[in-house]
Design a protein around this ligand. Structure first.
Ligand code: 5CU
Length: 379
């Protein structure tokens, strides 16, 4: 077993202030409290057609986060607010709450135990008030606020932007400021795809979570590529949830569709596959084959370095791609259905990293933590 640090970059919280807001609401998203066997019973409703799920202190209490980390050998976590963030609020409320929640998260991290004289156990992703009608000035102020909070190392963002999606040019000043700040942008889904796609059978939350979430990320990232955002802001650091969804699998098809489309064919500076090598991917994929495949696709992007040159047949260096992949748990989501010491969702992701063919100890340690330390400049 390696002694290298284990760092969780995909782990969520509903900060107490936000949980209180969810409790006060009468429409989605909300927490409904009822009584079960004489005890208060909190249930969270956030998704379209959500049937609810139990929520408790593991969603908001920092001690519970630290206990979970200890139980799974996680040294450090970069914690983010869970979906749906501020998406449902009017602009002025979103702006005020973003400022407060960023302060709250800074405190949550700053007061966490130290791992070494210079490192805490908890760091965070802040929030921007990304809602329709918000002013650009308010967004830039939020980026400035987060940049000054020393324990916040990035921002978490959904896919709606200001209501028109992330490919809207209205967001260019935001991308420019984020690029300049060096903050990592964690792109995370919430809406999935049209619920009609799921049919009428009750399949719990399986279809929206297993398929809807990753497809939402796939679509949002593809739209960013197509809009030339990575051409205009080449140093933007974007971390994709759930290993980038289906984008790695579909990237050659995307490249071909672009090449054959008169509207888009000459728009981008690079072959679509090149952009995947500029992104970061969490390793929340649950299987070694998937992780290996994603690292191949990232590695392969270098073949497209010269503006879409013809790929060679040289074997891809799988290890190279691993440097852009980072361990995550999705805690406190996906708790075991029956009480167990360790959560299967965590154990499986760790076992997957360990079992990727072609990754040596250096690559595995990188994905487990060293890549995160480097990406977030945690030294
Ligand atoms: O179980 C869920 O609904 C979720 C969610 O909403 N967000 C997330 O990050 N993971 C699971």
């Amino acid at each position: 077993m390696s002694l290298a640090r284990l760092v969780d970059v995909h782990t969520h919280v509903y900060l107490p202030r936000y949980a209180a807001l969810l409790r006060s609401r009468t429409t989605l998203p909300r927490i409904i409290t009822s009584s079960r066997e004489g005890k208060p019973d909190d249930r969270l409703f956030i998704l379209d057609r959500d049937t609810g799920r139990p929520v408790g202190s593991q969603y908001w209490d920092r001690d519970e986060k630290l206990k979970f980390m200890d139980r799974h050998g996680i040294d450090m976590s970069v914690v983010s607010s869970a979906n749906p963030w501020l998406d449902f609020l009017p602009a002025s409320e979103a702006q005020t709450l973003a400022t407060q929640l960023n302060e709250d998260l800074e405190q949550y991290c700053a007061d966490s135990p130290s791992l070494s004289p210079s490192l805490k156990r908890l760091y965070g992703f802040g929030l921007l008030p990304l809602v329709p009608e918000i002013s650009t000035a308010a967004l830039l102020e939020a980026i400035e606020q987060i940049s000054k909070l020393s324990h916040l190392k990035g921002i978490i963002m959904g896919t709606r932007g200001l209501g028109k999606g992330l490919d809207s040019e209205d967001l260019d000043p935001v991308w420019a400021a984020l690029e300049k700040s060096g903050l990592v942008v964690f792109l995370h889904p919430h809406y999935g795809v049209d619920v009609e796609a799921w049919g009428e059978k009750d399949n719990g939350h399986v279809l929206p979570l297993a398929l809807g979430f990753p497809f939402e990320t796939t679509i949002a990232t593809t739209r960013l590529i197509l809009a030339g955002v990575f051409d205009r802001f080449p140093s933007l650091r974007l971390l994709l949830a759930h290993s980038g969804g289906a984008l790695p699998q579909l990237s050659s098809r995307l490249a071909s569709c672009i090449e054959h489309d008169p509207v888009v064919a000459s728009r981008l500076k690079h072959d679509a596959r090149w952009y995947l090598g500029k992104l970061y991917f969490d390793a929340v994929a649950y299987g070694p084959e998937e992780l290996g495949f994603v690292s191949d696709v990232i590695s392969r992007s270098q073949r497209y370095e010269a503006g879409g040159s013809v790929p060679t047949n040289t074997a891809v260096d799988r290890a190279l791609g691993s440097r852009r992949m980072l361990f995550g748990t999705d805690h406190p989501f996906f708790p075991p259905l029956q009480p167990t010491e360790k959560w299967k969702s965590v154990v499986e992701n760790l076992q997957a990293i360990d079992a990727v063919t072609g990754w040596g100890q250096v690559e595995k340690d990188g994905v487990r933590g060293a890549n995160a330390l480097s990406l977030f400049n945690l030294v």
